[in-house]
Design a protein around this ligand. Structure first.
Ligand SMILES: Nc1ncnc2c1ncn2[C@@H]1O[C@H](COP(=O)(O)OP(=O)(O)OP(=O)(O)O)[C@@H](O)[C@H]1O
Ligand SMILES: [Mg+2]
Length: 61
């Protein structure tokens, strides 16, 4: 089976990239529990990673 790869990128800050990555991965895992899902978080803020690990977004306010 061919693997699917999704890339989320936008030059503008604060437009929802990390939130979309988290929700895409979470919903995909929910829908296809038999599949393994790898999230590569290339952002130094690592907000998506923190969301996936349950540690919040790391953002203040
Ligand atoms: N669909 C949405 N509706 C309302 N608020 C949203 C939505 N998506 C994201 N947000 C909120 O907008 C803010 C920025 O979202 P997020 O951190 O995902 O953006 P980002 O593009 O990853 O930011 P950065 O450029 O800093 O990495 C957060 O407070 C998040 O909760
Ligand atoms: Mg982000």
């Amino acid at each position: 089976m061919a693997e699917k790869v999704y890339v989320v990128w936008n030059n503008k800050g604060g437009v929802g990239k990390s939130t979309i990555v988290f929700n895409l991965a979470a919903r995909y895992a929910e829908r296809y529990p038999e599949r393994q899902i790898l999230v590569l978080d290339l952002c130094p803020q690592t907000n998506s990673t923190m969301m996936l690990l349950g540690g919040g977004t790391g953002m203040r306010g």
